[in-house]
Design a protein around this ligand. Sequence first.
Ligand SMILES: [Zn+2]
Length: 183
Amino acid sequence: MSLSLPWISDEVQRLKKRFRVQSPQELCDALHILILHSPMGTVPEACKGFTLCQDGVFVISVNADMGEDMQKWVLAHETGHAVLHTALLRDHPLLDIHPFSMEHILEREANLFAAEWLLDDADIMELVHDGHDFYAIASLLHVPPVLLAYKVQFLAGRGISLLSPIPGCGDFLSALPLQVPET
Ligand SMILES: [Zn+2]
């Protein structure tokens, strides 16, 4: 098992408990992280979001031209950067053109954080028991399949068996659309 998994899972539980929050938005409010929703375009290569630290204040910008579900996911991803990569962000802004890329360790960690924060084990377990496959579950939960693939990595260690057909690498992820397909 990757060393990131227990660390990130513990961080998610610790932050939810400490600040008594459910959403990344509420966590940002509690941590005084500013959230901006700014139009950044709809072309496939548009920036989906970024996180920076200016004069000690953390700011997350999310592309407001994306669909609502995608904005939620990108905010969770950026919040992951803000809480997991705090020291790094004080020196370097993290610009996310392809935030769901599995190729870079920082992106992988932010994606694990977003998946663990937003996806509930019990919801997925119920859908697995109802006989839905991986892509059906992603669609029913309104999540990009690649994010469900990150959650599957946590579930494997908890006895919840869900086969992910998406490999842990590949640059096809850069083509992830700005809108989560509707069910
Ligand atoms: Zn990122």
